[in-house]
Design a protein around this ligand. Sequence first.
Ligand code: SAM
Length: 289
Amino acid sequence: MNLCDLGTIKQIMAAHGLTFRKEFGQNFLTRREVVEEIADRCCDDENTTILEIGPGIGVLTQELAMRHRKVIAVEIDRGLIPVLHGTLAEYDNIELHNADVMEVDLPALLAPAFAEGPVAVCANLPYYITTPILMKLLESGLPFSTITVMVQAEVAQRLCAKAGSGDYGAITAVLAYYGRAERLFTVPAGYFVPPPKVNSAVVRIDLWQDRPCKPIDEALFFRVIKGAFEQRRKTLVNALSSAFPEFSKEELAEEIVAAGHRADIRGEKLDVAAFSDLADRLAARKENK
Ligand code: SAM
């Protein structure tokens, strides 16, 4: 059964009395070459277990199962579970869970897989919840080797932006803390059923095995990034003075200048290393207050 064939997809959905559920971001891939390319490029090691979020009717799941030791798939839509039992029946290396990934205890779910070897993530993500899912994966602290996700093209642009560019934002800096993001390729809206409103792109994040930035106080470091972008148009000193009422503007300006920046710099000019350095200075100053 060709799960990329439009007629087959519609037939499967109708046979199970299902419709494409917008509230679950259901846009299914219809191009075999795209599915294969994602499966090929998400991870270089076949001994890796893949966590797939949102298998849909199983098109990517099949390709991942052919290439990797094991696939753990988490699908929120109960109606798709009987479909998946059929389309994945001939694979004995797929573990299927009917759950909302945001509710799943990832360390517990993946503990046996991590005990056996490396684990990576691969998903054509539901667009309504892209950033929360990414943040949950990153903040879990789990040592995934890679996270490969299909997201809206403009989100991909943001994830992979360079400091100082218009697309650069808090999510870019936070992501750079956890790993190196690379935009792999663009996927036109017409390659999905139903087609979404915008094009998509596949992004692969290679997580740092040893993080280049090691802020003294991680919570404060994230507060600096969030504060810097909350009021993007303001200078860094003004943005941070709203986010850090415990420091006076003069104190913040002193630390920004001591870190080698102009006093009127905007937050979007700082890369993750510069944020980490500034956060360390503020942490030290707080300590000495
Ligand atoms: N992997 C399939 C493909 O590439 O054709 C389907 C991708 S579709 C964009 C997103 C999938 O994620 C849907 O199957 C949807 O039901 C599922 N989904 C949406 N929200 C979810 C959540 N919170 N947890 C798990 N799965 C979710």
